[in-house]
Design a protein around this ligand. Structure first.
Ligand code: F0G
Length: 462
């Protein structure tokens, strides 16, 4: 049965026209883009679900904040405001603004990792994995078994596999593990939440072995909403309290504020203990890479908008509507037999392209096929989170086989309406009906060495 759409807890005051090209035009544009959705122009896209990152609509309050940003090089009042908001919500002593999440990783990870060290996560996002490797480390994913089965519904499929984590630490030697990273929500596993119990268990293990725990908290508010909805004992707690508890378990956090901070640009490195020796080192790296530590790569107006967005992102009405959008789409896909990572996560639908194209091998990139079909079918842009994104083994250079072949339809915050979501569902159902007629996938004709999916050229195999 379909779930009722939760009406927007806002009205729309400013609009941005979009248009749809004809099928012939779309086919020509995607060919020109070398069958890589990142090479498409935004004006040629009808509904853009490439990412929920930095694609958010800001509120009137945030736009008003933009006008009062303090652009001083040092000690801007907008920094003080951001620091106060972030301390209030996350409870960390030191708040370092940076321009986005990967900048936070670039500032923090070289302080924790070096050649020969390991980083273990419930699952690394691709840029996070890249920054582990750039710092000389090796990244290991350690997600629970349930996550590997998209069709099987389980709560908190984003959790760390605790037994395996401890076994890995013993196998590698605790002294060789530079950092454990808890990613909330677990983006690569489908925006799946992590339970508070799991965070507590991971923190205990890190304490036992004296290993640094970092929270990769791009979607901490969506994670908190799931904890309130699904974890015993949290039903009556406020989102703000749940968010704060999540942060108590880690030593540091890296945040891409382009997600739950509801801004277009921004990020944070947080250090829980202000007297930690990490603080001056974070400041020093920030000055080298990002800018002086009271702005860290952001303008005053961006810090002002973020300080306001941090509060809007934890409003319960907003989160009910936001997660409601995912639940609405998921219920329509259930009715039509489209398989996705279920139950649906916090920031999009991760369609199981392996289930839609069971006859296509991983090295012909089933999730990329579906992404390209969605553009051709309805002008929708989304991306592969599968073998195409995973790339080649850094040692052997061979194509790796991803555990998942997901096509991710990420939903920007406060941007698309129910009717847009219906267009997306209809397109997915139409493609499912002709999926068996697509016999072959794509091959790569050119690729860069790192993060190849952004730039690679592809061609259809005929
Ligand atoms: N960590 C997670 C879990 C992320 O999802 C992202 C970005 C980052 C770190 C890096 O942040 O983009 O601000 O530098 N995810 C985006 C996405 C790009 O589309 O999922 P960033």
């Amino acid at each position: 049965m379909s779930i009722k759409y939760v009406a927007e807890p806002f009205r729309i005051r400013s609009v941005e026209p979009i248009r749809i090209l004809s099928r012939e035009e779309r086919e020509a544009k995607i060919k020109q883009a070398k069958f890589n959705v990142f090479q498409l122009k935004s004006e040629d896209v009808y509904i853009d679900l490439l990412t929920d990152s930095g694609t958010n609509a800001m509120s009137v309050g945030q736009w008003a904040g933009i006008m009062s940003g303090d652009e001083a090089y040092a000690g801007a009042s907008s920094y003080t405001k951001l620091e106060a908001a972030a301390r209030d919500i996350f409870g960390y002593d030191y708040v370092q603004p940076v321009h986005q999440g990967r900048a936070a990783e670039k500032v923090l990870f070289p302080l924790l990792l070096c050649e020969g060290k390991f980083a273990i996560s419930n699952m690394f996002f691709d840029t996070t994995r890249a920054h582990v490797e750039l710092a000389g480390g090796r990244a290991i994913d350690c997600v629970v078994e349930e996550a590997r089965n998209p069709g099987v519904r389980a709560k908190f499929k984003g959790n760390m596999d605790i037994t395996r984590l401890e076994a890995l630490i013993n196998e590698l030697g605790a002294e060789n593990v530079g950092v454990v990273v808890m990613t909330i929500t677990n983006n690569s596993a489908g925006g799946q939440p992590v339970s508070m119990q799991n965070m507590r268990d991971v923190a205990l293990i890190c304490k036992k072995y004296n290993i640094h725990l970092n929270l990769d908290a791009a979607r901490y508010a969506e994670n908190a909403y799931f904890i309130k909805r699904d974890e015993a004992g949290y039903e009556d707690k406020s989102i703000k309290d749940i968010v704060a508890e999540q942060f108590t378990y880690a030593d540091t956090c890296t945040i891409s504020s382009k997600k739950d901070g509801i801004v277009n640009m921004g990020g944070i490195v947080g250090v829980k203990d202000g007297s930690s020796e990490l603080v001056p080192k974070v400041k020093a790296n920030c000055i080298s890479y990002e800018g002086f530590y009271s702005y860290g790569g952001l303008s005053g107006r961006e810090m002002e908008a973020l300080a306001i967005g941090l509060y809007e992102g934890i409003e319960e009405d907003y989160l009910r509507y936001r997660i409601g959008q995912m639940e609405y789409m998921a219920s329509k896909l259930d009715e039509n037999g489209v398989i996705y990572q279920a139950p649906v996560g916090g920031h999009g639908i991760f369609v199981d392209a392996k289930a839609m194209f069971p006859h296509i091998p991983y090295h012909e990139f089933p999730a990329q096929i579906l992404a390209l079909e969605l553009y051709k079918e309805a002008g929708i842009r989304c991306c592969d989170i599968g073998s195409f994104m995973l790339g080649n083994d850094p040692d052997s250079g061979k194509q790796l086989e991803s555990e998942f072949e997901f096509t991710r339809l990420a939903i920007p915050r406060r941007v698309y309406t129910q009717a847009h979501l219906d267009v997306v569902v209809d397109a997915l159902v139409a493609i499912k009906d002709y999926a068996s007629s697509i016999k072959r996938g794509y091959r790569i004709t050119w690729e860069p060495e790192i993060l190849r999916h952004f730039q690679a050229h592809l061609e259809p195999i005929v």
